[in-house]
Design a protein around this ligand. Structure first.
Ligand code: URA
Length: 230
C-alpha cells in the first residue's frame, strides 16, 4: 500500500495531517525518513512517526531447501513427513511453498512468507524458467522436442501448456525448462508419450539455482541478490 494511504487509514491522522507529516519528514520507513507519499509500505515494513511505532513490521524470509525424496510439499500432512519438518521450529511459522514438488521429486524448493514475491516466481506470465532433470523409463525420441515446444493439451484445466524446451541428454535423460507449474506437469507431459518419469530433480527457478553445497534435506537463506533477481 502507498505510504499516504497507509497513514490516512489510521484513526489518528487525516489526509491533511498526513501531507504535513511527510513534508516535515517525520515519517520513517525501515529507519529511513520518507517524504514520498507513493513509497510502498508492506507487512514487512517498520513504520514510525517521530518516536511512535505505527507498524513493527516482521522479517521477510526466503529459504531454499534441497528437497529429498519421500516428503510432501505441504505445511502439514497426516501421514508423511513434510518439508517443513526439515526446518527448525522457529522458522516454520508463516512460510509457504513457492512451487510445490511431488513426494518423490527432489531438488530446489523455495519457501517464503512473502506472497507477492512468490507469485512473481511462480506465475506463468513472468516467464521464469523452472529447470528439471528428468529420467524416464523408456527412450526419449527426438520427436519429443517439437511437441514440448508446441505444447500439450491438458483436458482437466482445458489449456495448452506454454512452449517448453527439452534438451535430450541421453537415451533416458533430459533437461526440461518450463515456465508453468501445473499439477504433475512434467509427468503428464511425458505421459503423453506413455513414457514414465522415474526420476525428477529441480535444478533452478529463474536465476536461483540449487546450491550445490546443500545436501538433501538441508536449507539456507537466499542471498539478497537471489531475492532481488525475482
Ligand atoms: N512436475 C511434476 O510432474 N512433478 C513435480 O514434482 C514437478 C513438476
Amino acid at each position: 500500500m502507498r505510504l499516504d494511504r497507509f497513514l490516512a487509514n489510521l484513526p489518528c491522522y487525516n489526509r491533511q495531517q498526513v501531507r504535513l507529516l511527510l513534508v516535515q519528514r517525520r515519517v520513517r520507513v525501515d529507519g529511513e525518513a520518507v517524504a514520498d507519499p507513493l513509497h510502498e509500505v508492506r507487512e514487512f515494513s517498520r513504520v514510525e512517526v517521530d518516536e511512535q511505532v505505527l507498524q513493527a513490521g516482521r522479517p521477510a524470509r526466503y529459504l531454499m531447501l534441497n528437497k529429498p525424496a519421500g516428503c510432501v510439499s505441504a505445511t502439514s500432512d497426516p501421514q508423511h513427513p513434510t518439508v517443513l519438518d526439515l526446518l527448525p521450529a522457529e522458522l516454520r511459522d508463516d512460510l509457504h511453498i513457492a512451487g510445490r514438488l511431488d513426494y518423490n521429486t527432489t531438488g530446489l524448493l523455495i519457501l517464503t512468507n512473502d506472497g507477492q514475491w512468490s507469485r512473481r516466481l511462480t506465475q506463468p506470465r513472468t516467464k521464469l524458467a523452472k529447470l528439471y532433470l528428468v529420467q524416464t523409463e523408456d527412450e526419449i525420441g527426438a520427436h519429443y522436442v517439437d511437441k514440448f515446444r508446441e505444447g500439450f493439451y491438458f483436458a482437466f484445466e482445458d489449456l495448452t501448456t506454454l512452449p517448453a524446451q527439452l534438451d535430450i541428454l541421453g537415451p533416458r535423460s533430459a533437461r526440461l525448462a518450463i515456465v508453468e507449474g501445473r499439477y504433475h506437469q512434467v509427468k503428464r507431459m511425458f505421459g503423453h508419450f506413455d513414457n514414465k518419469v522415474m526420476g525428477l530433480h529441480r535444478e533452478r527457478m529463474g536465476s536461483i539455482g540449487l546450491d550445490p553445497t546443500l545436501a538433501p534435506g538441508h536449507y539456507r537463506e537466499l542471498t539478497a541478490e537471489e531475492v532481488a533477481s525475482v
